[in-house]
Design a protein around this ligand. Sequence first.
Ligand code: ADP
Ligand code: MG
Length: 352
Amino acid sequence: MRRTNFNYRQLAVLAARTFPLIWGLVCVAVWGCGSKPSPRLYRRSQLLMGTLVEIKVVTDHQEKADRALEAALGEIKRIEELMSRSRPESEIWKINHSAGRPAAISRELASLLEDARKIGESSAGAFDVSIGALSLLWGFEEGNRSVPPTPSELAQASRQVDYRKIELLSGPQVVIPPRMRLDLGAIAKGYAVDCAINTLQSYGLTGALVDAGGDIRVIGRRADGKRWHIGLQNSRDRDKISATIRLADQAIVTSGDYERYFIYQGVRYHHILDPKTGYPARDCQSVTVLANTAAKADAWATAIFVSGLEKGAELASKVSDIEVVIVDITGKIHYLSPALEGRLQIAQEGSG
Ligand code: ADP
Ligand code: MG
């Protein structure tokens, strides 16, 4: 009994003596950690390519973040200046304004046109960057139409659309038929996102997200070490999220009938056009594609959207290295790649 009492007392004395020492060590440890800045998120956004571009980077250096963000936004601006169909002096503008004659282009554009040709072929012409005459007629980019074009106007414009007539020559140069117009609207934004990511990587950044109006690519992790959390917008209520997914080192792009549209006599006319009919593609509300690059995801989202439910699902399961969600015109998921089952979290009805 005495012995036990003695031990307790000794223990209490020992604790009282060592407590300040332990606290001292803890404080030194915390102080030590505090002196090394921990990684945090830096972000910047700008209106580019007709949409809001937002870039987030994870780093422990404010200055490094500033320089990388500036350069990545500059890169997106460079792609806009190269590939916009409406900006005078862009390479696409020059090709369109010298239709019928060879136009000198950069290797970069030649290589993207070659990628676009392959996707045109693999999608049986559903994806077609020679869609420009139709885009111009519908005028979604210009926002100047509230009534659909007439069937004869559409038939005439559709005749100018055929990616197989785009001739890529050495030089490199490109020739298109006299009345054809190129429009990279379905791939350029994704490509610009990839260029921005490459730029961030060249600045040594390993955690970043680039979002060009829903064309998103991420690398690495967030500041808290977790994967990036991406929300997919509800097609009919833009304030709501219909699903979420966690990503690291992947791109995710959605093509939807809600981006640019007008309603005429109760019918929705939107900007994703079926080159075969000249009218907006009818079967889908949205198609989301995940791929290793945003350009690939962007192009295939449009290609599958235009292909419709059956052919779209066939392509989604056939094309290598893409994962796909096809939402039909009633808002139901028509197709979900097996790799996304359990990964895509469908939001509860009414979540904001
Ligand atoms: P968003 O521009 O909203 O991201 P998309 O990536 O689907 O949507 O691209 C739609 C744009 O692509 C249209 O505004 C038009 O410029 C062009 N486009 C429309 N239909 C096609 C098509 N069938 N193939 C290739 N490009 C298309
Ligand atoms: Mg696209």
